[in-house]
Design a protein around this ligand. Structure first.
Ligand SMILES: [Zn+2]
Length: 66
């Protein structure tokens, strides 16, 4: 598990839902911890909508507004 670093606003960047990256984080349910290893494992197939949205979040390029 990795801890997702977030600002006091609860978002991983300073856009607070106004960029693709923070929106993807929002759609993923704003997880504080992600089982990163299993998502990046070769051949990983998301089984639930939650896993799909977390995978989509992990694939979203990191926002530069730190
Ligand atoms: Zn952003």
């Amino acid at each position: 598990m990795i801890e997702v670093p977030v600002y006091p606003s609860g978002y991983p960047c300073k856009c607070n839902g106004n960029c693709d990256y923070s929106r993807a984080y929002e759609r993923a349910g704003k997880p504080r911890f992600i089982d990163y290893e299993s998502y990046v494992k070769k051949g990983f197939v998301p089984a639930t909508n939650k896993e799909k949205s977390i995978l989509a979040y992990l694939k979203t390029p990191y926002c530069l507004k730190k």
